[in-house]
Design a protein. Structure first.
Length: 241
């Protein structure tokens, strides 16, 4: 329960990092948690109904659309990040009959790391611009690389014969789906890398200052001169020798 609470709290923090207010982040998180398990059927195919999960697919995509519309993510940078993460995701995931799209741990976190590294390299100076790009690249890249590219493989399997219709839900695991997880972790990876580099530079500067102060102590210092004696003439007006 503590792990789940920490993860949910980190989602809100990440949404704030990518540019949403605290109220907007809370609203997005609330909609995801309470209505995220709903899957909306889109089209039938070969005995399947393909649907989109509200929390694991639609809401993250809407958030990415808002980032593009508000220009927090540039179109060129976003497309490059999408392609990079999609390629990484495609080769690390596979379709399994009766299960869905799966990836082996720890390689399942590779798309998030790729999105984080790319965003930080694109906006090294300003992490405020890197965080939205990391989220956008992680969500859209994982969605395309895992669910879209492997969709035909899943649909080629025979649907389960349980008397009802077989629903194939994209993002069906809600906040624990790979699409959602990758977007959140990508932002955290980017923040971690940026923080580590800042600490490295800060400590490097501190070492330079410490070395300079140490060298300064070894420089011979001039002694404070003693005040000169006051010369007073005697009664005949002569100065002392």
């Amino acid at each position: 329960m503590l792990i789940v609470y920490a993860y949910v709290a980190s989602i809100e923090r990440v949404l704030e990092k990518i540019g949403f207010t605290k109220g907007e982040a809370g609203a997005i998180l609330t909609l995801t948690l309470f209505f995220g398990w709903i899957t909306i059927p889109i089209f039938p195919y070969n005995g399947w109904w393909v649907g989109l999960s509200l929390g694991g697919c639609i809401i993250p995509v809407v958030v990415c659309g808002i980032l593009l519309k508000s220009r927090r993510v540039g179109i060129a940078e976003g497309l490059i990040g999408l392609v990079i993460v999609a390629v990484v995701t495609y080769f690390l995931t596979r379709a399994e009959e009766g299960v869905g799209i799966v990836a082996d741990v720890p390689w399942a976190f590779a798309p998030a790391v790729a999105a984080g590294l790319y965003s930080v390299s694109a906006f090294w100076i300003d992490i405020r611009k890197a965080a939205p790009l990391a989220y956008f690249s992680g969500v859209t890249g994982t969605l395309v690389g895992a669910d879209v590219f492997h969709l035909q493989e899943i649909l080629s399997y025979a649907p389960p014969e349980d008397g009802g219709f077989a629903l194939l839900s994209v993002g069906g695991a809600n906040v624990f789906d790979m699409v959602y997880l990758t977007g959140i972790i990508a932002v955290l990876v980017g923040i971690l890398i940026f923080w580590a580099e800042r600490q490295k530079k800060k400590r490097g500067f501190e070492r330079v200052v410490a070395a300079w102060e140490k060298d300064l102590e070894s420089v011979p210092q001039a002694k404070a001169p003693e005040p000169a004696a006051t010369l007073r003439p005697d009664r005949k007006g002569r100065l002392p020798p």
